[in-house]
Design a protein around this ligand. Sequence first.
Ligand code: URP
Ligand code: ZN
Ligand code: ZN
Length: 484
Amino acid sequence: MSILIRGGTVVTADNTFRADVYTEDGVIKAVGEDLDAPAGAEVVDAGGCYVMPGGIDPHTHMELPFMGTVASEDFFTGTTAGMAGGTTMIIDFVIPNPQEKLMDAYNKWRGWSEKAAGDYSFHVAVTWWDDSVHADMKTLTEEHGVNSFKHFMAYKGAIMADDEILVNSFTRARELGAICTVHAENGELVFRLQQDMLERGITGPEGHPQSRPPEVEGEAANRAIRIAQVMDVPLYVVHTSCKDALDAIIRARNEGQRVFGEALAGHLLIDDSVYRHPDFEFAAAHVMSPPFRPKGHQEALWLGLQAGHLQTTATDHCCFCAPQKAAGIDNFSLIPNGTGGVEDRMHVLWTHGVGTGRLTMNEFVAVTSTNAAKIFNIYPRKGSISVGADADVVVWDPEKSRTISAETHHQNIDFNIFEGMTVKGVNTVTISQGNIVYQEGDVRTEKGAGRYIDRPCFAPYYSAMEKQRALHAPTSVSRVQAAE
Ligand code: URP
Ligand code: ZN
Ligand code: ZN
Protein backbone atom coordinates (compact mmCIF):
# COMPACT_ATOMS: atom_id res chain seq x y z
CA MET A 1 0.00 0.00 0.00
CA SER A 2 1.22 3.54 -0.71
CA ILE A 3 -0.08 6.75 0.82
CA LEU A 4 0.57 10.40 0.04
CA ILE A 5 -0.11 12.64 3.02
CA ARG A 6 -0.64 15.93 1.32
CA GLY A 7 -0.69 19.56 2.43
CA GLY A 8 0.25 19.19 6.09
CA THR A 9 2.92 20.66 8.31
CA VAL A 10 5.47 18.13 9.47
CA VAL A 11 6.36 18.41 13.14
CA THR A 12 9.32 16.44 14.45
CA ALA A 13 11.23 16.67 17.71
CA ASP A 14 13.52 19.30 16.22
CA ASN A 15 11.80 20.87 13.25
CA THR A 16 8.54 22.21 11.84
CA PHE A 17 8.10 22.56 8.07
CA ARG A 18 5.56 22.33 5.28
CA ALA A 19 5.92 19.03 3.45
CA ASP A 20 4.04 16.13 1.95
CA VAL A 21 4.97 12.65 3.16
CA TYR A 22 4.91 9.63 0.86
CA THR A 23 4.90 6.12 2.30
CA GLU A 24 5.25 2.82 0.48
CA ASP A 25 5.64 -0.77 1.68
CA GLY A 26 5.55 0.30 5.31
CA VAL A 27 8.29 2.91 5.20
CA ILE A 28 8.57 6.62 4.50
CA LYS A 29 9.90 7.03 0.96
CA ALA A 30 9.82 10.79 0.51
CA VAL A 31 9.35 13.96 2.52
CA GLY A 32 9.14 17.19 0.53
CA GLU A 33 7.01 19.90 -0.94
CA ASP A 34 4.47 19.22 -3.68
CA LEU A 35 5.15 15.51 -4.07
CA ASP A 36 3.27 13.75 -6.89
CA ALA A 37 0.96 10.91 -5.97
CA PRO A 38 2.14 7.80 -7.82
CA ALA A 39 -0.57 5.76 -9.53
CA GLY A 40 -2.55 3.79 -6.98
CA ALA A 41 -1.44 5.81 -3.98
CA GLU A 42 -4.12 6.74 -1.49
CA VAL A 43 -4.14 10.47 -0.83
CA VAL A 44 -4.72 11.72 2.72
CA ASP A 45 -5.59 15.39 2.92
CA ALA A 46 -3.63 16.90 5.83
CA GLY A 47 -4.56 20.52 5.10
CA GLY A 48 -4.61 22.52 8.33
CA CYS A 49 -3.11 19.56 10.19
CA TYR A 50 0.22 18.53 11.64
CA VAL A 51 1.96 15.37 10.50
CA MET A 52 3.93 13.77 13.33
CA PRO A 53 5.61 10.50 14.26
CA GLY A 54 3.20 8.01 15.79
CA GLY A 55 3.33 7.96 19.57
CA ILE A 56 5.43 5.45 21.46
CA ASP A 57 4.14 4.42 24.87
CA PRO A 58 7.17 2.91 26.60
CA HIS A 59 5.21 1.54 29.56
CA THR A 60 2.16 -0.70 29.18
CA HIS A 61 0.97 -3.99 30.67
CA MET A 62 -1.41 -5.77 28.31
CA GLU A 63 -3.02 -8.94 29.72
CA LEU A 64 -0.67 -8.89 32.70
CA PRO A 65 -1.29 -11.58 35.34
CA PHE A 66 -1.09 -9.48 38.51
CA MET A 67 -2.40 -9.51 42.08
CA GLY A 68 -4.52 -12.59 41.57
CA THR A 69 -6.16 -11.53 38.33
CA VAL A 70 -5.29 -10.69 34.72
CA ALA A 71 -5.36 -7.21 33.18
CA SER A 72 -8.50 -6.91 31.06
CA GLU A 73 -6.83 -5.30 28.05
CA ASP A 74 -5.14 -7.77 25.71
CA PHE A 75 -2.49 -7.08 23.09
CA PHE A 76 -5.06 -6.71 20.31
CA THR A 77 -7.52 -4.46 22.12
CA GLY A 78 -4.71 -2.50 23.75
CA THR A 79 -2.72 -1.77 20.62
CA THR A 80 -5.98 -0.98 18.82
CA ALA A 81 -6.95 1.54 21.50
CA GLY A 82 -3.46 3.01 21.32
CA MET A 83 -3.68 3.49 17.57
CA ALA A 84 -7.15 5.04 17.87
CA GLY A 85 -5.39 7.64 20.01
CA GLY A 86 -2.29 8.08 17.83
CA THR A 87 0.10 5.68 19.59
CA THR A 88 1.60 3.27 17.07
CA MET A 89 4.08 1.40 19.25
CA ILE A 90 4.12 0.15 22.82
CA ILE A 91 6.92 -1.25 24.94
CA ASP A 92 5.35 -3.76 27.29
CA PHE A 93 6.91 -5.90 30.04
CA VAL A 94 7.77 -9.54 30.41
CA ILE A 95 7.47 -10.17 34.17
CA PRO A 96 8.66 -13.61 35.28
CA ASN A 97 7.41 -14.97 38.57
CA PRO A 98 10.23 -15.52 41.03
CA GLN A 99 11.94 -18.82 40.10
CA GLU A 100 10.48 -18.68 36.59
CA LYS A 101 13.17 -18.75 33.90
CA LEU A 102 13.42 -15.45 32.05
CA MET A 103 13.36 -17.20 28.69
CA ASP A 104 10.22 -19.16 29.62
CA ALA A 105 8.44 -15.96 30.60
CA TYR A 106 9.70 -14.18 27.50
CA ASN A 107 8.38 -16.94 25.24
CA LYS A 108 5.03 -16.89 27.05
CA TRP A 109 4.67 -13.13 26.50
CA ARG A 110 5.73 -13.47 22.85
CA GLY A 111 2.88 -15.94 22.44
CA TRP A 112 0.33 -13.60 24.01
CA SER A 113 1.51 -10.64 21.98
CA GLU A 114 1.07 -12.37 18.63
CA LYS A 115 -2.42 -10.87 18.47
CA ALA A 116 -1.11 -7.28 18.66
CA ALA A 117 -2.36 -4.96 15.93
CA GLY A 118 0.51 -2.50 16.30
CA ASP A 119 4.26 -2.78 16.75
CA TYR A 120 5.59 -3.65 20.18
CA SER A 121 8.68 -4.59 22.11
CA PHE A 122 9.45 -5.88 25.61
CA HIS A 123 11.40 -4.77 28.64
CA VAL A 124 12.18 -7.90 30.67
CA ALA A 125 11.87 -7.80 34.46
CA VAL A 126 14.47 -9.32 36.75
CA THR A 127 12.48 -10.54 39.76
CA TRP A 128 14.94 -13.06 41.20
CA TRP A 129 18.52 -14.14 40.71
CA ASP A 130 20.50 -17.24 39.88
CA ASP A 131 22.91 -18.39 37.18
CA SER A 132 20.07 -19.00 34.72
CA VAL A 133 18.98 -15.36 35.02
CA HIS A 134 22.55 -14.26 34.38
CA ALA A 135 22.67 -16.47 31.28
CA ASP A 136 19.20 -15.59 30.02
CA MET A 137 19.95 -11.88 30.15
CA LYS A 138 22.71 -12.50 27.63
CA THR A 139 20.46 -14.63 25.41
CA LEU A 140 17.79 -11.94 25.50
CA THR A 141 20.17 -9.17 24.53
CA GLU A 142 22.10 -11.10 21.90
CA GLU A 143 19.35 -13.15 20.29
CA HIS A 144 16.04 -11.42 21.04
CA GLY A 145 16.55 -7.69 20.74
CA VAL A 146 16.00 -6.86 24.43
CA ASN A 147 18.09 -3.92 25.63
CA SER A 148 16.26 -2.98 28.85
CA PHE A 149 15.73 -4.82 32.12
CA LYS A 150 13.08 -3.79 34.64
CA HIS A 151 13.28 -3.97 38.42
CA PHE A 152 10.29 -3.62 40.73
CA MET A 153 11.55 -2.21 44.03
CA ALA A 154 8.02 -2.65 45.44
CA TYR A 155 5.50 -5.54 45.62
CA LYS A 156 7.19 -7.37 48.51
CA GLY A 157 6.45 -11.07 48.59
CA ALA A 158 5.77 -11.10 44.86
CA ILE A 159 8.02 -9.55 42.21
CA MET A 160 10.09 -7.18 44.36
CA ALA A 161 13.81 -6.96 43.60
CA ASP A 162 15.92 -6.37 46.72
CA ASP A 163 19.31 -4.63 46.66
CA GLU A 164 21.18 -7.88 46.03
CA ILE A 165 19.11 -8.54 42.92
CA LEU A 166 19.55 -4.94 41.80
CA VAL A 167 23.32 -5.11 42.17
CA ASN A 168 23.58 -8.45 40.35
CA SER A 169 21.27 -7.40 37.54
CA PHE A 170 22.73 -3.89 37.10
CA THR A 171 26.21 -5.42 36.90
CA ARG A 172 25.07 -7.90 34.26
CA ALA A 173 23.22 -5.23 32.28
CA ARG A 174 26.37 -3.12 32.32
CA GLU A 175 28.39 -6.01 30.85
CA LEU A 176 25.80 -6.58 28.12
CA GLY A 177 25.31 -2.93 27.15
CA ALA A 178 21.69 -2.83 28.31
CA ILE A 179 19.80 -0.12 30.20
CA CYS A 180 18.18 -0.75 33.60
CA THR A 181 14.74 0.51 34.53
CA VAL A 182 13.13 0.71 37.95
CA HIS A 183 9.74 1.01 39.56
CA ALA A 184 11.02 3.10 42.45
CA GLU A 185 9.15 2.53 45.69
CA ASN A 186 10.65 1.10 48.87
CA GLY A 187 8.72 -2.18 49.12
CA GLU A 188 9.67 -2.78 52.76
CA LEU A 189 8.28 0.59 53.79
CA VAL A 190 5.12 0.10 51.73
CA PHE A 191 4.55 -3.28 53.36
CA ARG A 192 5.05 -1.86 56.86
CA LEU A 193 2.79 1.13 56.23
CA GLN A 194 0.07 -1.09 54.75
CA GLN A 195 0.09 -3.21 57.93
CA ASP A 196 -0.02 -0.05 60.07
CA MET A 197 -3.02 1.28 58.13
CA LEU A 198 -4.94 -1.96 58.38
CA GLU A 199 -4.20 -2.26 62.11
CA ARG A 200 -5.60 1.24 62.56
CA GLY A 201 -8.77 0.17 60.76
CA ILE A 202 -8.04 2.08 57.55
CA THR A 203 -9.18 -0.49 54.99
CA GLY A 204 -10.57 1.70 52.18
CA PRO A 205 -8.79 3.08 49.11
CA GLU A 206 -7.68 6.15 51.08
CA GLY A 207 -5.15 3.84 52.72
CA HIS A 208 -3.43 3.29 49.37
CA PRO A 209 -1.72 6.69 49.03
CA GLN A 210 -1.14 6.87 52.79
CA SER A 211 0.90 3.67 52.63
CA ARG A 212 2.93 4.90 49.65
CA PRO A 213 3.93 8.50 50.45
CA PRO A 214 6.33 10.42 48.18
CA GLU A 215 9.27 9.79 50.55
CA VAL A 216 8.96 6.08 49.83
CA GLU A 217 9.39 6.76 46.13
CA GLY A 218 12.13 9.35 46.62
CA GLU A 219 14.19 6.94 48.74
CA ALA A 220 13.94 4.14 46.19
CA ALA A 221 14.68 6.40 43.22
CA ASN A 222 17.77 7.73 44.94
CA ARG A 223 18.92 4.24 45.96
CA ALA A 224 18.50 2.87 42.43
CA ILE A 225 20.30 5.90 41.03
CA ARG A 226 23.24 5.45 43.42
CA ILE A 227 23.47 1.72 42.66
CA ALA A 228 23.42 2.53 38.95
CA GLN A 229 26.11 5.14 39.50
CA VAL A 230 28.39 2.68 41.28
CA MET A 231 27.72 -0.10 38.78
CA ASP A 232 28.10 2.44 35.97
CA VAL A 233 24.95 1.56 34.07
CA PRO A 234 22.36 3.92 32.56
CA LEU A 235 19.08 4.03 34.45
CA TYR A 236 15.51 4.85 33.43
CA VAL A 237 13.08 5.61 36.27
CA VAL A 238 9.54 4.65 35.23
CA HIS A 239 6.42 6.50 36.35
CA THR A 240 8.15 9.31 38.27
CA SER A 241 5.16 10.59 40.21
CA CYS A 242 6.49 13.09 42.74
CA LYS A 243 8.95 15.87 43.39
CA ASP A 244 10.98 13.64 45.72
CA ALA A 245 11.89 11.20 42.93
CA LEU A 246 12.27 13.99 40.39
CA ASP A 247 14.77 15.75 42.65
CA ALA A 248 16.87 12.58 42.82
CA ILE A 249 16.87 12.39 39.01
CA ILE A 250 17.78 16.07 38.65
CA ARG A 251 20.66 15.78 41.10
CA ALA A 252 22.10 12.77 39.29
CA ARG A 253 21.72 14.34 35.85
CA ASN A 254 23.38 17.53 37.07
CA GLU A 255 26.32 15.38 38.09
CA GLY A 256 26.53 13.90 34.60
CA GLN A 257 24.97 10.53 35.35
CA ARG A 258 22.95 8.94 32.58
CA VAL A 259 19.57 8.81 34.29
CA PHE A 260 16.27 9.21 32.49
CA GLY A 261 12.80 9.83 33.88
CA GLU A 262 9.32 8.95 32.66
CA ALA A 263 6.12 10.77 33.61
CA LEU A 264 2.65 9.26 33.27
CA ALA A 265 -0.21 11.22 31.74
CA GLY A 266 -2.24 10.40 34.85
CA HIS A 267 0.37 11.62 37.31
CA LEU A 268 0.59 14.91 35.40
CA LEU A 269 -3.11 15.64 35.76
CA ILE A 270 -4.75 13.80 38.62
CA ASP A 271 -4.23 14.40 42.36
CA ASP A 272 -4.80 12.20 45.38
CA SER A 273 -8.27 13.56 46.21
CA VAL A 274 -9.64 10.72 44.03
CA TYR A 275 -8.86 8.28 46.84
CA ARG A 276 -11.12 10.13 49.26
CA HIS A 277 -14.17 9.78 46.99
CA PRO A 278 -17.01 8.14 48.94
CA ASP A 279 -17.77 5.65 46.17
CA PHE A 280 -15.45 2.61 46.50
CA GLU A 281 -15.65 1.83 42.76
CA PHE A 282 -14.50 5.32 41.82
CA ALA A 283 -11.67 5.45 44.33
CA ALA A 284 -10.53 1.87 43.62
CA ALA A 285 -10.48 2.56 39.88
CA HIS A 286 -7.68 5.05 40.60
CA VAL A 287 -5.59 2.64 42.67
CA MET A 288 -2.27 2.35 40.96
CA SER A 289 1.32 2.56 42.13
CA PRO A 290 2.85 4.97 42.71
CA PRO A 291 -0.46 6.61 43.62
CA PHE A 292 -1.76 9.94 42.38
CA ARG A 293 -0.08 12.60 44.48
CA PRO A 294 -1.12 15.61 46.55
CA LYS A 295 -1.55 18.84 44.63
CA GLY A 296 1.78 20.46 43.79
CA HIS A 297 3.52 17.33 42.55
CA GLN A 298 1.73 17.56 39.19
CA GLU A 299 3.19 21.00 38.52
CA ALA A 300 6.64 19.77 39.54
CA LEU A 301 6.36 17.00 36.92
CA TRP A 302 5.31 19.47 34.23
CA LEU A 303 8.31 21.62 35.08
CA GLY A 304 10.48 18.50 34.93
CA LEU A 305 9.22 17.76 31.43
CA GLN A 306 9.66 21.37 30.32
CA ALA A 307 13.20 21.48 31.65
CA GLY A 308 14.12 18.17 30.05
CA HIS A 309 14.77 16.48 33.38
CA LEU A 310 12.03 14.01 32.44
CA GLN A 311 12.30 12.79 28.88
CA THR A 312 9.31 10.55 28.19
CA THR A 313 5.62 10.20 28.84
CA ALA A 314 3.80 6.90 29.21
CA THR A 315 0.60 5.52 30.67
CA ASP A 316 1.48 2.34 32.59
CA HIS A 317 -1.71 1.12 30.90
CA CYS A 318 -2.77 -1.77 33.15
CA CYS A 319 -6.53 -2.21 33.14
CA PHE A 320 -8.73 -3.81 35.77
CA CYS A 321 -12.52 -3.52 35.72
CA ALA A 322 -14.79 -2.93 38.72
CA PRO A 323 -15.36 -6.64 39.54
CA GLN A 324 -11.58 -7.12 39.63
CA LYS A 325 -11.02 -4.04 41.80
CA ALA A 326 -13.69 -5.40 44.17
CA ALA A 327 -11.13 -7.94 45.44
CA GLY A 328 -9.99 -5.16 47.75
CA ILE A 329 -13.38 -4.05 49.06
CA ASP A 330 -12.34 -4.89 52.65
CA ASN A 331 -8.61 -4.32 52.29
CA PHE A 332 -7.12 -1.65 50.01
CA SER A 333 -3.85 -3.57 49.70
CA LEU A 334 -5.70 -6.26 47.70
CA ILE A 335 -7.09 -3.88 45.08
CA PRO A 336 -5.30 -4.78 41.82
CA ASN A 337 -2.97 -1.88 41.04
CA GLY A 338 -3.40 -0.29 37.64
CA THR A 339 -5.24 2.23 35.48
CA GLY A 340 -5.69 2.76 31.73
CA GLY A 341 -4.84 5.56 29.32
CA VAL A 342 -3.00 4.30 26.24
CA GLU A 343 -5.70 5.81 24.02
CA ASP A 344 -5.70 9.18 25.77
CA ARG A 345 -2.05 10.00 26.42
CA MET A 346 -1.40 11.94 23.20
CA HIS A 347 -4.62 13.97 23.45
CA VAL A 348 -4.11 14.81 27.12
CA LEU A 349 -0.46 15.76 26.59
CA TRP A 350 -1.31 17.98 23.64
CA THR A 351 -4.22 19.69 25.38
CA HIS A 352 -2.50 20.28 28.72
CA GLY A 353 1.02 20.59 27.32
CA VAL A 354 0.91 22.36 23.95
CA GLY A 355 -2.52 23.89 24.58
CA THR A 356 -1.33 25.63 27.73
CA GLY A 357 2.07 26.67 26.39
CA ARG A 358 3.94 24.32 28.72
CA LEU A 359 5.33 22.38 25.76
CA THR A 360 6.16 23.39 22.23
CA MET A 361 4.86 21.13 19.48
CA ASN A 362 8.40 19.84 18.97
CA GLU A 363 8.74 19.09 22.66
CA PHE A 364 5.42 17.27 22.45
CA VAL A 365 6.82 15.00 19.73
CA ALA A 366 9.98 14.49 21.76
CA VAL A 367 8.20 13.45 24.96
CA THR A 368 5.51 11.34 23.31
CA SER A 369 7.67 9.54 20.76
CA THR A 370 11.21 10.51 19.79
CA ASN A 371 12.89 10.46 23.19
CA ALA A 372 11.59 6.96 23.93
CA ALA A 373 12.87 5.81 20.52
CA LYS A 374 16.30 7.26 21.32
CA ILE A 375 16.56 5.99 24.89
CA PHE A 376 15.49 2.48 23.88
CA ASN A 377 17.59 2.49 20.71
CA ILE A 378 15.04 2.26 17.92
CA TYR A 379 15.59 5.76 16.53
CA PRO A 380 15.28 6.82 13.70
CA ARG A 381 13.34 3.74 12.61
CA LYS A 382 10.73 4.90 15.13
CA GLY A 383 10.04 8.38 16.43
CA SER A 384 10.94 10.24 13.25
CA ILE A 385 9.47 11.50 10.00
CA SER A 386 12.38 10.84 7.69
CA VAL A 387 13.13 8.79 4.60
CA GLY A 388 13.66 5.17 5.61
CA ALA A 389 11.75 5.42 8.89
CA ASP A 390 8.80 3.13 9.55
CA ALA A 391 5.60 4.67 8.22
CA ASP A 392 4.06 5.19 11.67
CA VAL A 393 2.48 8.59 11.30
CA VAL A 394 -0.35 10.61 12.79
CA VAL A 395 -2.27 13.39 11.10
CA TRP A 396 -3.18 15.77 13.89
CA ASP A 397 -5.95 18.35 13.76
CA PRO A 398 -5.20 21.04 16.37
CA GLU A 399 -8.70 22.50 16.09
CA LYS A 400 -10.68 19.34 16.60
CA SER A 401 -12.07 18.47 20.04
CA ARG A 402 -13.50 15.42 21.70
CA THR A 403 -14.61 14.51 25.19
CA ILE A 404 -12.99 11.48 26.77
CA SER A 405 -15.35 8.86 28.17
CA ALA A 406 -15.44 5.17 29.04
CA GLU A 407 -18.68 5.12 27.03
CA THR A 408 -16.84 5.86 23.81
CA HIS A 409 -13.22 4.83 24.31
CA HIS A 410 -11.76 1.72 22.66
CA GLN A 411 -9.96 0.55 25.79
CA ASN A 412 -11.21 -2.68 27.34
CA ILE A 413 -11.91 -1.17 30.74
CA ASP A 414 -15.14 0.08 32.32
CA PHE A 415 -13.62 3.30 33.65
CA ASN A 416 -11.59 6.20 32.34
CA ILE A 417 -9.43 8.25 34.70
CA PHE A 418 -9.84 11.24 32.33
CA GLU A 419 -13.65 10.86 32.16
CA GLY A 420 -15.35 14.05 30.97
CA MET A 421 -12.15 15.82 29.96
CA THR A 422 -12.53 17.71 26.70
CA VAL A 423 -9.34 17.60 24.69
CA LYS A 424 -8.55 19.93 21.81
CA GLY A 425 -6.10 18.55 19.26
CA VAL A 426 -6.68 14.98 18.09
CA ASN A 427 -5.44 12.55 15.48
CA THR A 428 -7.77 12.35 12.51
CA VAL A 429 -5.69 9.63 10.85
CA THR A 430 -3.26 7.07 12.29
CA ILE A 431 -0.94 5.20 9.94
CA SER A 432 0.89 2.10 11.15
CA GLN A 433 3.43 0.29 8.95
CA GLY A 434 2.10 2.30 6.01
CA ASN A 435 -1.55 1.28 6.54
CA ILE A 436 -4.38 3.51 7.65
CA VAL A 437 -5.50 1.93 10.91
CA TYR A 438 -7.70 4.77 12.13
CA GLN A 439 -9.50 7.52 10.25
CA GLU A 440 -12.07 9.92 11.68
CA GLY A 441 -13.51 7.41 14.15
CA ASP A 442 -13.23 4.43 11.82
CA VAL A 443 -10.93 1.81 13.41
CA ARG A 444 -9.32 -0.53 10.89
CA THR A 445 -6.78 -2.43 12.92
CA GLU A 446 -5.95 -6.04 12.13
CA LYS A 447 -5.31 -8.71 14.73
CA GLY A 448 -1.74 -9.98 14.44
CA ALA A 449 -0.50 -7.19 12.17
CA GLY A 450 1.84 -5.86 14.89
CA ARG A 451 5.50 -6.78 14.71
CA TYR A 452 7.97 -7.48 17.47
CA ILE A 453 10.62 -4.75 17.25
CA ASP A 454 14.21 -5.69 18.12
CA ARG A 455 16.09 -3.16 20.21
CA PRO A 456 19.84 -3.69 20.00
CA CYS A 457 22.15 -2.99 22.93
CA PHE A 458 24.34 0.06 23.32
CA ALA A 459 27.81 -1.30 22.59
CA PRO A 460 29.25 1.80 20.88
CA TYR A 461 28.00 3.99 23.70
CA TYR A 462 29.65 1.70 26.21
CA SER A 463 33.00 1.66 24.50
CA ALA A 464 32.87 5.48 24.51
CA MET A 465 32.18 5.32 28.23
CA GLU A 466 35.11 2.93 28.71
CA LYS A 467 37.40 5.47 27.07
CA GLN A 468 36.05 8.29 29.18
CA ARG A 469 36.45 6.29 32.37
CA ALA A 470 39.98 5.27 31.48
CA LEU A 471 40.83 8.91 30.90
CA HIS A 472 39.79 9.69 34.45
CA ALA A 473 41.33 6.58 35.96
CA PRO A 474 44.22 7.05 38.37
CA THR A 475 46.83 4.79 36.77
CA SER A 476 49.04 5.85 33.92
CA VAL A 477 48.44 2.46 32.28
CA SER A 478 44.74 3.14 31.80
CA ARG A 479 45.48 6.62 30.47
CA VAL A 480 47.77 5.12 27.88
CA GLN A 481 45.11 2.56 26.94
CA ALA A 482 42.54 5.30 26.61
CA ALA A 483 44.76 7.31 24.31
CA GLU A 484 45.23 4.36 21.96
O1 URP B 1 -0.14 0.18 39.54
C1 URP B 1 0.56 -0.15 38.60
N1 URP B 1 1.46 0.69 38.19
N2 URP B 1 0.37 -1.35 38.03
C2 URP B 1 1.16 -1.95 37.05
C3 URP B 1 2.43 -2.52 37.58
C4 URP B 1 3.44 -1.43 37.82
O2 URP B 1 3.78 -1.18 38.96
O3 URP B 1 3.91 -0.81 36.90
ZN1 ZN C 1 5.34 0.15 38.36
ZN1 ZN D 1 3.99 -0.54 35.10
